[in-house]
Design a protein around this ligand. Sequence first.
Ligand code: HEC
Ligand code: HEC
Length: 202
Amino acid sequence: MIRRILQAAALAAAALFLPWQAQAGGPADPTRGEALAEARGCAACHGPRGVSPVPLMPSLAGQQAEFLVLQMILFREGLRQVPAMVEPLRGLTDRDLADIAAWYASLPSAPEPDRGPRDPALAARGAEISAARHCGACHLPDYSGRANVPRINHQREDYLIHTLAQYRDNLRIGADTQMNGLMYGLSNQDIRALAHYLAHRD
Ligand code: HEC
Ligand code: HEC
């Protein structure tokens, strides 16, 4: 209950912040964001230009800026609990997060560097589930996302499996509970198929 209230408060702050930033703070500054990411060592886990070569670490390149800011606020406020993300974000302001997000959003996305071979049957099964659950309605037909809906194309397969299972099992509750409901009833094999399909698109 307290968690939900805190979450609502953090998101209300984020919602207030985003328009404010455009008015009073000027547009986000990707060059400053790059310097902050460099100083904080984000590359060690997320790759030098946001394409992650590290198992289970999400790629950030070409990700939607609004989604990135919201997730970093959730980490900073302890609402999305990932211990590895606590130190890197310590003491950063909303303005800092907007600049970092602008930098990652500006980088070209790419498939994971060590992507394994595509299994056509598994990918076809994933495409079927995506069509049946309308994943492209929110994430867009090319899965590049928009605003607070993330890019899920060019994401690591292992991270997709991990995070989709977390949504299903209510271990990751995002800005809202839409994804939790959408994953309801999918088996581990269904999740593997979805992740394989998404990670093997060009
Ligand atoms: C020690 C490794 C590590 C470092 C350093 C690190 N991260 Fe992360 N980051 C993670 C892990 C692990 C996750 C989440 C994986 C999960 O949800 O299970 C994550 C997730 C994220 C996400 C959410 C992405 C998504 O698709 O949901 C963002 C945004 C992010 N990190 C930004 C940053 C930034 C910016 C920095 C530097 C200020 C940074 N990270 C430094 C390990 C790291
Ligand atoms: C009603 C709109 C909607 C639909 C339909 C939808 N999503 Fe999402 N999805 C979202 C939103 C919003 C988020 C961000 C939630 C958060 O803050 O955690 C998200 C987050 C995600 C993430 C996390 C990405 C990351 O980098 O952390 C994945 C993966 C994902 N969705 C996959 C899917 C798949 C697969 C489907 C179809 C089974 C689907 N989504 C259907 C709205 C939707």
